[in-house]
Design a protein around this ligand. Structure first.
Ligand code: URA
Length: 243
């Protein structure tokens, strides 16, 4: 594979940016500086590339986290304001798409990747990956109480045909709680809360599997760290470290 392509594919910048830093002598292979963006490198060599003396991990797929603001739909292209407006152009070229959806008014952690099998497994109920939400409600019937915790732990009837999977509710106040689900049915949190006599007024996802939000500013995007990528892959039994 061409050196510039390998680096651009691995998220180190656009093809033009990558060419610039190769030409300026910042990329080396086993101690030898590579200045030709078109240089051909093998998979084995790719694992020995350095940028400014630091070893690079050249990945086949790309993995990101967006701290989604309210007011945007989870779509890359839409008539409505959408998260695509916050993402660089190369996301479209590299087919990087969100893992599942958050509602327009929901904020928080949204994973994005072009690793199709990982997306599929993270969403599949078969793997039961936990998603943790902070939820605030308006009380229609009764404030959060122990009966709600028990009901959520057994499963909440969403309609005639659907029952939520057993989940965890941790009450913070009469109108606020953490809810951890291991599946992602359509509008699931809102429908669960409705069944428990409450209306959601704020919904924020704090984590998805082992990946959590820290101090990321609302609307900001960052690449996942190596540790985050490896633990997500391991959680769904995708173990190839360069996948
Ligand atoms: N459940 C919902 O109801 N909405 C979301 O955005 C996510 C989970």
């Amino acid at each position: 594979m061409r050196l510039d392509k390998a680096l651009a594919n691995s998220g180190f910048g656009s093809r033009t940016e990558v060419k610039d830093f190769i030409r300026s002598g910042r990329v080396s292979l086993a101690g030898e500086i590579l200045r030709d963006p078109a240089a051909s490198i093998s998979q084995e060599q790719a694992s020995l590339l350095c940028l400014d003396g630091e070893i690079l991990t050249v990945r086949r797929y790309l993995y990101y986290l967006l701290n989604k603001p309210a007011g945007l739909v989870t779509a890359m292209n839409s008539r409505e304001a959408n998260i695509g407006e916050l993402l660089p152009v190369f996301f479209g070229q590299k087919k990087i798409t969100p893992v599942g959806r958050l509602d327009k008014d929901t904020t928080g952690l949204l994973l994005l990747t072009n690793h199709g099998e990982l997306q599929h497994r993270l969403l599949s109920p078969r793997y039961g990956i936990p998603r943790r939400y902070y939820v605030e409600v308006q009380v229609l019937d009764h404030p959060f109480n122990d009966a709600d915790v028990e009901q959520v732990a057994i499963g909440v009837r969403l309609n005639d045909a659907e029952l939520s999977r057993p989940a965890n509710l941790a009450i913070l106040s009469p109108t606020a709680a953490y809810l951890e689900l291991r599946e992602g049915k359509f509008h699931e949190v809102k429908r669960m809360m409705h069944a428990l006599g409450k209306e959601v007024t704020k919904l924020h996802r704090e984590s998805y599997g082992s990946v959590r939000l820290h101090e990321e500013v609302t609307g900001s995007l960052r690449a996942l760290t190596e540790d985050e990528i490896l633990s997500l892959l391991a959680s769904v039994r995708l173990l190839d470290p360069l996948d």
